[in-house]
Design a protein around this ligand. Structure first.
Ligand code: XCC
Ligand code: SF4
Length: 626
């Protein structure tokens, strides 16, 4: 049982208060369900179980007393490697299928078959067209939209020699991928090939399996996710810096409260537009509300936050607790990271859950299917349902804790380079001078196995102290935002060099660069830095960390970072320790192959030390001060 103040489960006051309320009201949360699962299966934790075929399921005894092979004869190394491969395939598929939805949206805009979406950044569309080698002369924006989307569709299905954006990676890196035979050829192709290889009796050599896992991950990082980011910018606008707010207090007691949850801005942007509809605002007022309030959760929240400054109610582990406030009238979801338990929690209150994607139905939720030709109308309908639900709210059960924390957002690469005067030179100079010793992307999730938000925010604090610039995406954004680290004032927590740079530019020492797919922004920035310096990404004083990761998408992100040359620290042990070959390759052997590895370190202070040591080594190798 946890302490009654719940401070052992989460560092966030708003979460602690909602956990107390949930306990009082008999509402089960993710932490209760996790406890009910303990102890977790030891075979699965080590990656030693397999159910890939009906001769099994099988498991390998890690102590050597029981079976050492599955029924088919697969040993521990093959089983663990196959399991890693399938996780990477699932994660890459999730990001990339999200990207595909944006390609389809761009195509529909170009064809004129949707009028519910437009192109807000035609200059970026034109830049991408040039990058992809598309003739732009004489083409209007719609023609460019068609041409770009048609080229990007080919990254999914058709076999080409190379992916559209692969040219962004430094030449040295591309040469290395080629030498290793892991240049990604197509998004769907690499995922499908992984499913093929992990079928019984196909690829039974762990190193070969892991190399393909790297190829799958690269197709995510340099194609699927990158496509999602770039086209979201084209369609919904490239983010620019602005101040917004975060935590549960962004909910408003006297408003109709709508939360968007999921990943794809296609639905959440339509909802945002609908909340501004004068007829609906009037309808809300007629019901006694002061207005309609929209806030985000998880990555679709990050998408709206980055581009529109819409406040964030919380991250992954806050999604159920947001409903426990009793103030959420509607939660509208697209896909990914939406816990099925959300529907049960909503059932304890008046809150309505609406699903929107044909790919993501939830038992117990209402389904309002969005498509490109009905998005505006469906969004109006959904907001109307929120207003209806508001009438059923029980004011006696409403408790919104605390007050909102301000946070800066919107640091797209375009915005960063713009703020630096149009080139990377000032950033490179600051790195050379040691004012900024290096940069680290803290990415991803929460996991109830880790004290909520603790590892994400402590690691950020430890790094900025050491003059290491931090870039955050996904759920780590909310963790660090709630601690005040995303405001320029946080410069006072940074080391002297970083602090001076932040003060000069008026920026925070922790920059919000977007959602999970926007980790591709970090890769593109690393690539641009490496290319400018004439080195490979693995030569840069950079690292990545996923202190509280839970998702298969995080596995794909971690692996594309490593395969691109970025040292990556995981705070949660992945299920690989059952194979010395797989664990050894991931945490050591890959260094000699791709110039980077994973490290596993749950303690954020020790993780910061590992990263610091790495950055020191890389700086010295570049002939810079440590
Ligand atoms: Fe999901 Fe993207 Fe993880 Fe948050 S961070 S829990 S994947 S919402 Ni990407
Ligand atoms: Fe067992 Fe092999 Fe089938 Fe896996 S693939 S379940 S190890 S027989």
């Amino acid at each position: 049982m946890s302490k009654t103040d719940f401070s052992d489960l989460t560092i966030c006051k708003d979460a602690q208060q909602m956990l107390a309320k949930a306990r009082e009201e008999g509402v089960e949360t993710v932490w209760d369900r996790k406890r009910a699962q303990e102890p977790h299966c030891g075979f699965c934790e080590l990656g030693l179980s397999c159910r890939n075929c009906a001769m099994g399921p099988c498991r390998i005894d890690p102590f050597g007393h029981g079976p050492q092979r599955g029924v088919c004869g697969a040993d521990a190394h093959v089983i663990v490697a196959r399991n890693v491969g399938r996780s990477v395939a699932s994660g890459a598929a999730a990001h990339s299928d999200h990207g595909r939805d944006l390609v389809e949206t761009l195509h529909a805009i170009g064809e004129g078959s949707t009028t519910d979406y437009t192109i807000r950044d035609p200059e970026k569309l034109a830049r991408i067209a040039v990058e992809l080698g598309i003739e732009t002369a004489g083409k209007d924006t719609n023609a460019l939209a068609r041409a770009v989307s048609e080229r990007l569709f080919e990254d999914y299905g058709i076999r080409r020699n190379s992916l559209a954006f692969i040219g962004r990676a430094p030449q040295k890196r591309r040469d290395l991928w080629k030498k290793l035979g892991i240049t990604p050829r197509g998004i769907d192709r690499e995922v499908v090939e992984m499913m093929h290889r992990t079928h019984m009796g196909v690829d039974n050599e762990p190193v070969n399996l892991l190399l393909h896992a790297a190829r799958v991950a690269l197709s995510d990082g340099w194609a699927g996710s990158l496509t999602a980011t770039e086209l979201s910018d084209v369609i919904f606008g490239t983010p620019t810096p602005r101040v917004a707010q975060v935590n549960l207090a962004v909910l408003k007691e006297d408003h109709v409260n709508i939360l968007v949850h999921g990943h794809n801005p296609i639905v959440s942007e339509a909802i945002l537009a609908a909340t501004k509809d004068p007829g609906l605002i009037k309808a809300a007022k007629d019901k006694g509300a002061a207005g309609i309030n929209l806030a985000g959760l998880c990555c679709t929240g990050n998408e709206l936050l980055m581009r529109q400054g819409i406040p964030m109610a919380g991250n992954h582990l806050m999604s159920e607790l947001a409903i426990v406030t009793g103030a959420v009238d509607l939660i509208i979801v697209d896909y990914q990271c939406i816990m099925p338990g959300l529907v049960t929690v909503a059932g304890c209150y008046h809150s309505k859950v609406i699903t929107t994607s044909p790919k993501a139905h939830f038992s117990g939720a209402e389904h309002v299917e969005f498509s490109l030709d009905n998005a505006r109308q469906k969004a109006l309908q959904a907001v109307g349902m929120a207003i209806e639900a508001y009438s059923g709210r029980d004011p006696k059960r409403v408790f919104i804790p605390g007050s909102p924390v301000p946070m800066m957002t919107g640091f797209s690469n375009e915005a960063v380079i713009g703020a630096l005067g149009g080139t990377l030179t000032p950033l490179i100079d600051a790195i050379k001078a040691g004012q900024i010793r290096g940069a680290v992307g803290i990415v991803g999730c929460n996991n109830p196995r880790v004290k909520h938000d603790f590892a994400n925010s402590e690691l950020a604090k430890e790094l900025i102290k050491r003059d290491i610039l931090v870039l955050v995406t996904g759920c780590a954004t909310v963790s660090t935002g709630k601690q005040g680290l995303l405001m320029p004032e946080a410069a006072s927590l940074a080391g002297p060099g970083l602090s001076a740079v932040c003060r000069a530019l008026g920026i925070p020492p922790v920059l919000h660069v977007g959602s999970c797919v926007d980790n591709s922004r970090i890769m593109s920035l690393c690539a641009a830095l490496a290319t400018t310096l004439g080195v490979d990404i693995s030569d840069l004083p950079v690292a990545a960390a996923a202190p509280e990761w839970y998702s298969e998408k995080a596995v794909a992100i971690g692996l594309y970072a490593v395969a691109s040359g970025v040292f990556t620290v995981l705070g949660v042990t992945p299920p690989v320790l059952g194979s010395s070959v797989v664990a050894g390759l991931l945490t050591n052997g890959l260094e000699g192959v791709v110039g980077a590895t994973f490290a596993i370190e749950p303690d954020p202070c020790k993780a910061a030390e590992l990263i610091d040591a790495r950055i020191r080594t890389k700086r010295l190798a570049l002939g810079l001060s440590a």
